[in-house]
Design a protein around this ligand. Structure first.
Ligand code: 13P
Ligand code: 13P
Ligand code: MG
Ligand code: MG
Length: 388
């Protein structure tokens, strides 16, 4: 068989109710449209919160205009269903109406990889809502570079050489590749700032093959205004020289803090949950991650298995709820509310403009006392009373 391409293209084209979920009729329409296409070997449609994810296999390679066109037209048509049902933010992620062969830069998120299907090809598709692409930095570091998470890095001959991380700087539109473990400390300097540096892809140094890739769209950089967070997706290939399935899931046993949540402007725990539970409501959150496992068989998606529908992740969900309580108590104070530059939603420019004239220079030391004395004297002269 020739090489297979696994493409995940996702968008929020309307929320049910508010930003919590996707209406079943929108999902039905998505499935119907994909089943009509002759381009695909197989597909699976799912949703996490208010984001529709199209998981597709085909033989056309990455960045294929027909595949991107299929997803773009689908999102357009599903937007019409959303409009009929007056869903919230219908067409939210379709920012630029100028499709010319690729959805990148237009709003939808895309991650895709082309590879030779191995004798057994387990893959996990992670999908999140109410957060941003940099949210994967922490788990990807744990999976591919931390031997406390992934024993295979030490005891599997095919993993011992480590992995290469491709990092994108979203602010400058540049990228860099870093080899781990040698460049671990340099890598962490960047990916520890997930609002700006994101992990686009990871490659096995032993196999020379792609192991993971993620969506890296930054909607606010496309639109220049708040349009919702760039709820991200991630593909991870597993086993036989790549992380075991359990090693890929393990980082999610700790609900690390991510940016997003209410109005895309708050920090909160990323809660791993079953697809069934990926319907955020408390403060539009807390942020959710789901994981669907498939075995590929000649491009067919055998599955999915709902990987976080495991009581082994109950503690993580409990911890996420406790962390959510803790963060919520900080209300509008950082770090629950995001740093000024990170907030996707702000009144700061308007408030600043309105209060512009009321801001005065802070007096030099001693100046305040002199001003007060002078004011006192003026008042004394005015009302005739004696001070001195
Ligand atoms: P593989 O080397 O076959 O991927 O086996 C590792 C494993 O599954 C350990 O859990
Ligand atoms: P989404 O990015 O999931 O649409 O959420 C936006 C929001 O404002 C939630 O409060
Ligand atoms: Mg939404
Ligand atoms: Mg969303």
């Amino acid at each position: 068989m020739s090489k297979i391409t696994l493409s995940v293209i996702k968008a929020d084209v309307g929320g049910f109710v508010g930003h919590g979920e996707v209406h079943p009729r929108m999902l039905e329409r998505s499935k119907e449209l994909l089943s009509r296409s002759h381009l695909l070997v197989d597909f699976h449609v799912t949703r996490v919160g208010d984001d529709i994810n199209l998981i597709m296999t085909h033989e056309r390679g990455v960045d294929d205009p027909e595949i991107h066109g299929l997803a773009w037209d689908l999102f357009k048509q599903v937007t019409e269903v959303a409009q009929d049902l007056k869903q919230y933010g219908a067409g939210q992620d379709l920012l630029v109406d100028a499709f010319s062969g690729n959805v990148r830069g237009l709003g939808p998120g895309v991650c895709e990889m082309e590879f030779e299907e191995r004798p057994s090809e387990p893959v996990i598709i992670f999908m999140a809502d109410k957060t941003e692409p940099g949210a994967w930095n922490f788990p990807l570091y744990k999976i591919f570079a931390d031997p406390f998470n992934t024993p295979g890095l030490i005891i599997d001959n095919k993993m011992h050489k480590g992995f290469t991380f491709e990092i994108h700087d979203l602010k400058h539109g540049t990228r860099i590749s870093m080899d781990c473990p040698e460049e671990l400390y340099d890598l962490l300097m960047f990916i520890g700032a997930p609002g700006r540096f994101v992990t686009k892809a990871i490659y096995s140094r032993e196999l020379g093959d792609i192991a993971a890739c993620s969506t890296t769209t930054k909607l606010s950089l496309i639109a220049g205004r708040y349009v919702g967070k760039d709820d991200p997706s991630l593909i991870v290939r597993c086993q036989s020289g790549l992380p075991a399935v359990g090693e890929a899931l393990e980082p999610f046993a700790f609900p690390h803090l991510v940016s997003g949540w209410m109005r895309g402007s708050h920090c909160g725990p990323l809660m791993p949950c079953a697809v069934e539970d990926a319907r955020p409501s408390r403060m539009d959150g807390p942020p959710r991650a789901i994981a669907l496992g498939f075995q590929l068989a000649n491009g067919k998606l055998i599955g999915p298995r709902d990987m976080f529908a495991d009581s082994g992740f109950n503690k993580a969900r409990e911890m996420a709820n406790e962390m959510a309580n803790m963060m919520r108590r900080q209300g509008p104070f950082e770090p629950h509310r995001l740093h000024l530059e990170e907030m996707e939603y702000t009144t700061m420019p308007q408030i600043m403009r309105r209060l512009e004239r009321r801001w005065t220079a802070i007096p030099e030391p001693g100046e305040t006392a002199k001003e007060l004395i002078a004011a006192g004297k003026a008042q004394a002269q005015g009302d005739g009373s004696e001070i001195d």
